[in-house]
Design a protein around this ligand. Sequence first.
Ligand SMILES: [Zn+2]
Length: 602
Amino acid sequence: MKHRQLAALTAVLPTVLSVLLALGTPAVQADDWLPPLTPWQGDSLALIQPKHPWVTPAELTNLTETADLAQMQAYLQKLVAQSDLLRLESIGKSPQGRDIWLVKASRQPEQIGKQGRPVLLVQAGIHSGEIDGKDAGLMLLRDITQGDKKDLLAQVDLLFIPVLSVDAHERRSQYNRMNQRGPLEQGWRNTSTNLNLNRDYAKLDAPELRAVLGVINQYQPDLYIDVHVTDGEDYQYDITYGFTEPASSQSPNGASWLQAVYRPALDAALTAAGHIPGPLVFGADPLDFKKGINNWTATPRFSNGYGDVRHLPTVLVENHSLKPFRQRVLGTYMLLEQSLRLLGEQGKALQLAKKADEQARSAQQVLAYQQAAKPARMPFKGIGYEVVQSPISKGPYVRWTGKPVLYQDLPVYQFTEPAVSVEVPKAYWLPVQYQDVIKRLQLHGIEMTVAAQPVQLQLQQLSASEPQFSSKPVEGRMTVSARFSRAFRDITLPAGSVRVSTDQPLGALAVALLEPEAPDSFFSWGFFNTMFERTEYFETYALLPWIEQQLAQDKQLAAEFTAASKADKQLQTDGNARLQWFYQRSPFYDQSYLQYPVLLEQ
Ligand SMILES: [Zn+2]
């Protein structure tokens, strides 16, 4: 083949191939392998308006496909241009350079967060394959601005992030989520740098999450809704949602509002529209659902755990992946609409609850919870199952039958028993050299003062022992846990070091990030791993004469060594251990080895 012919063929090949692919590969049908579908009809189906002049891209497919970013941007730009109620702005760029969009909906879009009106922040696509919130939000914005739902903004302002994980949203495929019934093409779970954004709330590695924190700090929303889709067990509920329960909350007033006001109102509205709302479901035994579910208390790496520790009432929505995309989008629409309505009626009460949490100061703070000994019980709308032996896996698996089953009193294991707690110090001090951590504390909105001069203080220093490192990276980091002993020392900190008071609205967040035993502290995420590397060593020819001189001068040292040798067999026989014993007690020893660099002011 001549070179020119090859060039011509190469030019048409992509078109030929895409036509062949379009003809030859029918759309993937998840029904072929997923458990049986329960038929569903609900009043919310009437929300779909294919004939509307402002029909959304997803409605054009009867909610079987989802808009790509270009379609979404084009739609939003046109919608915003036609309405005084909307603004569209970029809140940051993704690692691949895409804009992350924020839609602001208000009767006074320039005044959001400034006039005391309740603010609802809705975030879709943090896991971009779980995209129901985007298409539901577009329909709702259409109905607010071009339909009959303007009243939703009478008392409330809405901030809407239609897609947070924008790079992953464009990694679209029919093969991204095999456990999920639509949309046809779905985005990917992790970002383009392979981070899971819903593990990043405490450490803030991802620019996407930093953009969200910018929105939270600027507008101080009163309620935060983070929309996902979950797989796992089969059950009747099409929309599950939850939040940190009051018993294990750092924001008990906000949590009580969510429990006593939000959930009953939302459950009623969703049920009235034909949906089946339920709690977040995490089966306790993967092979035996009737053993119950875990009511997990999220740590601050997750949106709901993070919201709780910073006194931002946060609802985690997990639509059920086995329900069709259409049903899930409509349930999400109802949840968002009803959340706006409720904030219009009850927003002031929520704001008071939030204020009370921000003003509270605790002497003690629980850093982690464990399962309570005795489970609670709840009625649960389950789906039947049988445990079957597979000749392929040569093991048992759960086959869901699709038949409804009602559990009258399913055990619910609450994680409300304190596992680790600490006395809250007056303040934390970070030496000036830890600018990366200081910067992240600022991104969280935590207030701090910078020492203009060197400071000399008696501070509590924490010394680590028995460190346990992860055996492989977790979100790209070598995580660690350790035991700590605490002692007061006279410390001199260089100018530029910062003092983080716990007497501030974000004091509990500061504790969660700076107490090293907290599961999502910067220490736990590996930001201080250099403290585990000792530097400077001795040569035996230098140390031995030094020890001889010390023993001759210091009778107490000799006595201590004799006592230590009696108690420790290794010191009797192991020459290196004997030398180390003296070296560790010498002024030559690395004084910062195993010392947590953050200091506590009590
Ligand atoms: Zn998710």
